[in-house]
Write a protein that binds this ligand. Structure first.
Ligand code: NDP
Length: 487
């Protein structure tokens, strides 16, 4: 018996406009990370379910692509409105699925999904080709959908990730089969339900549950034209390789170990706020987090003292209490990984400023942790932890810190705090990262492209940039002159 307010979904999968079950699939449960309570009992997709979903997406392709952009956009915007109206209920569900505090989910999850549906719903009507005059002849281009797209999601922002993939794909006239992370199966199902309620034709957006093997089966299927993954770099390498075998389009939103550089002329309180947001929001489970905080030597003692004081003010507790601003980790696995990295940091000689252990509340709670005296070669400075562990690294000069900031296989994001605007732009120009912030951190409005370089990814989500990754251009040359031939 569950005591949570979350209703068990009608079935595990949503295919062709309705809930579908196949209880032969392996058990796949969603648990509330704060208590361990099972809130939904589902099944992983069987090969038959995978086939049904792809067949539905394939069959819906022509009809959806034939609709005008305005018609498609209207449905997406209607879905955005439904999400906004039901934001509280959806946020409660997201909190139960992920453990993230309601204080966060009320503003960052379904709400950002609605922004995304509204944005792509608004630009769908304006997606056109171009006219190219060629003397007496001319050419034009037609922007065409790719076909059936597969979306694979991570567990940290289940609803937002589903929207970030579905909205641009659907706006361009594609159909989609989306597989959420096995850890957080609920948000994508709700999105499918809401899109259907908004008038989306059956089969255009389908959701199947499953573990990595289900994701792999989707990626390998011949009916699939494009794969968009949000996940770790190791999974990204596998999915990219499988997609390449079928010459499929990809978008890869992968992990990071992003630098946040704080110069001595910065507003220190703002920089600390950014470091806190960029390390402890969602209990540190955010891909773009600025987990390597480089602080110029002159301000280091003051910075660390204020950072410690402010970090220790975190309100850790029941995620459903709206005063809580730091919740549990999503799973035992993620908690164990994080605790192991903390131990490694101590072993390697970093200085623990605050936190450093599982929280006295027990369960999946952990203390927000700050290390200083971190050196570039330590594991906590090189590897993505995906937990609330901040590494503070001192630096002296701009030249030195830029080389150190870029000395990583990752390139998802980077930030700089300084009051010298010339320096800020110079630093940003030098970052090897896809998404950068000046005197801000981790803000990802839908209007701004988001994505990584180097091992952190391929392609961009959000903004007009996403359109390029969910459509292709057909060129048409129109001859109006006599055709000449050599013989
Ligand atoms: P994973 O890489 O473990 O999984 C991502 C998704 O891929 C899941 O749905 C997973 O299924 C699926 N999957 C796993 N193996 C395969 C395979 N061989 N073929 C196809 N699909 C597969 O990531 P996590 O869920 O653990 O999420 C954390 C990671 O995501 C971090 O590295 C983080 O940085 C990154 N991330 C990146 C973001 C970005 O935008 N750049 C945003 C958010 C997170 P299952 O879970 O069922 O195994």
């Amino acid at each position: 018996m569950t005591t949570s307010p979350i209703q068990q979904p009608k079935a595990s999968h949503f295919i062709n406009g309705r809930y579908v079950e196949d209880s032969d699939g392996a058990a796949l449960n969603s648990t509330y990370p704060a208590t361990g309570e099972v809130i939904a009992e589902l099944h992983s997709a069987t090969p038959s379910i995978v086939d049904q979903a792809l067949a539905a997406a394939d069959a819906a392709r022509a009809g959806w692509a034939a609709m005008t952009g305005s018609e498609r956009g209207r449905i997406l915007r209607r879905a955005a409105e439904i999400i906004r109206t039901r934001n509280h209920e959806l946020s409660v569900m997201e909190t139960y699925d992920t453990g993230k505090p309601l204080q966060e989910t009320l503003i960052a999850d379904a709400a950002s999904g609605a922004d995304c549906l509204e944005y792509f719903g608004s630009i769908a009507a304006g997606l056109t080709g171009e006219h190219i005059q060629l003397g007496a002849d001319f050419a034009y281009t037609i922007r065409e959908p790719l076909g059936v797209c597969v979306g694979l999601g991570a567990w940290n922002y289940p609803t937002q990730i589903a929207c970030w993939k579905a909205a641009p794909a659907l706006a361009c006239g594609n159909t989609m089969v989306f597989k959420p992370s096995e850890t957080t199966p609920l948000g994508a199902l709700k999105l499918a339900e809401i899109l259907s309620e908004a008038g989306l034709p059956d089969g255009v957006f389908n959701v199947v549950q499953g573990y990595g093997d289900v994701g792999a089966a989707l990626v390998e299927d011949k009916r699939v034209a494009k794969v968009s993954l949000t996940g770790s770099v190791p999974t990204g390498r596998k999915v990219y390789a499988a997609a390449a075998a079928g010459m499929k389009h990809v978008t890869m939103e992968l992990g990071g170990k992003s630098p946040l550089i704080i110069f001595d002329d910065a507003s220190i309180e703002d920089a600390i706020s950014a470091a806190i947001n960029g390390n402890f929001y969602s209990s540190g489970q955010i891909c773009s987090n600025g987990t390597r905080v480089f602080v110029q030597k002159g301000i280091l003692p003051h910075f660390l003292a204020r950072l410690k004081t402010r970090t220790e003010r975190a309100v850790i507790g029941d995620p459903m209490d709206e005063t809580t601003n730091f919740g549990p980790m999503v799973s035992q696995g993620q908690l164990d990984i994080t605790l192991r990295y903390i131990e490694k940091g101590i072993e390697e000689g970093a200085t623990l400023i605050t936190g450093g252990k599982a929280h006295e509340m027990g369960g999946l709670y952990i203390e927000p942790t700050v290390f200083s005296d971190v050196t570039d070669d330590m594991a906590i400075a090189r590897e993505e932890i995906f937990g609330p562990v901040m590494s503070v690294l001192p630096f002296e000069t701009e030249e030195e810190v830029m080389a150190r900031a870029n000395d990583t296989e990752f390139g998802l994001a980077a930030g700089v705090f300084t009051s010298d605007l010339t320096r800020a732009h110079r630093v940003v120009k030098g970052f090897e990262a896809g998404t950068c912030w000046i005197n801000a951190y981790n803000l990802t409005p839908i209007e701004m492209p988001f994505g990584g370089v180097k091992a952190s990814g391929v392609g961009r989500e959000n903004a007009h940039a996403a359109i390029e990754h969910y459509s292709e251009v057909k060129s048409v040359y129109v001859g109006l002159s006599p055709v000449e031939a050599a013989f």
